[in-house]
Design a protein around this ligand. Structure first.
Ligand SMILES: [Zn+2]
Length: 428
């Protein structure tokens, strides 16, 4: 028989008479307003019926026996605390009987599934996973971009298009935002909010079954978008223009019922010689008459910039080409496409670009693009700040003295190169 122990992490307090127990869970940015039902159930159960224990030295030491029922508290409370702004949210306040019920309803089924489940789900957790060597479900893609292993041994790292972009702008930004998860709580810019709203509306529509192309749907007007997304009038109007443009380019237009359509599908690959997990979430992946098609959709204020190649301007396309080429989606690379849908507000201003991962010159360029971006990231150990226009939109600027000074000296952001909103920014 296997014995399981439920434990809690956080700041725990009890009133002197033992009638009230509190748990404060710190969150790095703002306090979370809610947590998954199973998590709250597990927390309530331990708070009500658990007992304080010193940290045990060895895993083999038996856990202490639980409270025998005589010292139960009357009330347990759980708070989420925002370390960045000092505000908190109360997540629950209840007695042991309610906690027990909650655990039976929401906690036990989740615990049973976790304790008996044997499936694998490759993704971000592969970075910390100790069983990666024996995992058959994580796709191996050796020499994905031909990177060089590091001279010094380091722990496993992950690489996504978002990581590459943040690092390319500034190593310190990447380190603070992606590795330390620091956030200055500043509000998203209007462009990013609009991009996220378009993103959400498209995912919602593309995720509906049976599959239907957006051309066959009624278009959303400004008022409808405002109501659904909370955007202001101007942004909702721009989003309406972009969605109208998308109706022409929708990859699902006229798609047969038996084709596969995967919205925000997670693609994970492992580069063994670098000990790197590659993570990508294409906006849409679908089949079309035996082909696999990877579609990235960008919303933009400005036209597609012609000064640089598509793969260079959008490294996620380069990652898509390489992952397809390596067969990371279980596909035949000679029968796949990577597409960029570049949406603008004005009628007829949007574009659809297509790249063939079966063509050697595309693969070579994609390798060069990713190698150039990924190698410095993987080799870096100091993450020095590099100031520039991106400081204006940096989520970690509060924590960065050079960035703060740069913005003071350059109060206007200037003209961005491509002016696009990266839908990938909304992940993670
Ligand atoms: Zn569509």
């Amino acid at each position: 028989m296997r014995q399981y122990e439920h434990t809690l992490w956080g700041r725990m307090y009890a009133s002197a008479d033992g009638s009230v127990r509190d748990l404060w869970i710190p969150s790095l940015g703002r306090a979370k307003k809610s947590r998954p039902a199973a998590e709250l159930a597990a927390v309530a159960q331990v708070m009500a019926y658990g007992t304080p224990t010193p940290r045990r030295k060895a895993r083999t030491e038996p856990p202490p026996t639980a409270t025998d029922g005589r010292d139960l508290p009357d009330l347990v409370r759980v708070f989420d605390f925002g370390c960045a702004d000092g505000l908190f949210e109360r997540l629950l306040a209840e007695g042991p009987a309610e906690a027990k019920q909650r655990f039976e309803d929401d906690g036990a089924p989740a615990f049973r599934a976790a304790a008996t489940g044997a499936g694998t789900r490759p993704g971000e957790s592969c970075v910390e996973c100790k069983a990666i060597a024996g995992c058959a479900d994580l796709k191996r893609t050796p020499e994905l971009w031909g990177g060089k292993p590091q001279a010094v041994a380091r722990s496993r790292q992950s690489v996504s298009a978002w990581d590459l972009r943040l690092y390319g702008e500034c190593p310190a930004q990447y380190h603070l935002v992606r590795q330390l998860h620091l956030n200055d709580l500043s509000a998203e810019g209007a462009g990013a909010r609009r991009g996220r709203a378009v993103d959400t509306l498209l995912n919602e529509r593309h995720g509906e079954r049976p599959v239907r192309g957006c051309r066959e749907r009624q278009s959303l007007d400004t008022a409808g978008i405002r109501a659904k997304t909370g955007l202001d009038d101007a942004s909702a109007g721009e989003a309406a223009g972009m969605l109208a443009e998308h109706r022409l380019f929708c990859p699902l237009n006229g798609l047969a019922n038996d084709e596969q359509v995967l919205v925000q599908h997670r693609v994970t690959a492992y580069v063994p010689e670098l000990d790197v997990v590659v993570l990508a979430v294409p906006d849409l992946v679908h089949t079309y008459r035996g082909r696999w098609i990877w579609r990235e959709t960008k919303t933009a204020a400005r036209p597609l910039w012609e000064g640089s190649s598509l793969l260079r301007s959008y490294p996620q396309l380069a990652l898509g080409v390489l992952l397809f080429h390596a067969g990371a989606l279980g596909n035949d690379p000679r029968r796949s496409w990577v597409e960029l849908e570049h949406l603008r507000e004005g009628h007829g201003e949007s574009r659809l670009e297509r790249l063939d991962p079966g063509r050697a010159e595309n693969v070579d360029e994609a390798r060069a693009v990713i190698a150039e971006l990924a190698q410095p990231l993987l080799d870096d150990t100091t993450y020095e700040p590099r100031t520039g226009r991106h400081c204006h939109g940096c989520q970690a600027r509060t924590w960065c003295r050079p960035g703060t000074a740069y913005v003071t000296d350059h109060p206007h952001p200037g003209v961005p190169g491509t002016g696009t909103t990266d839908r990938g920014d909304t992940h993670g």
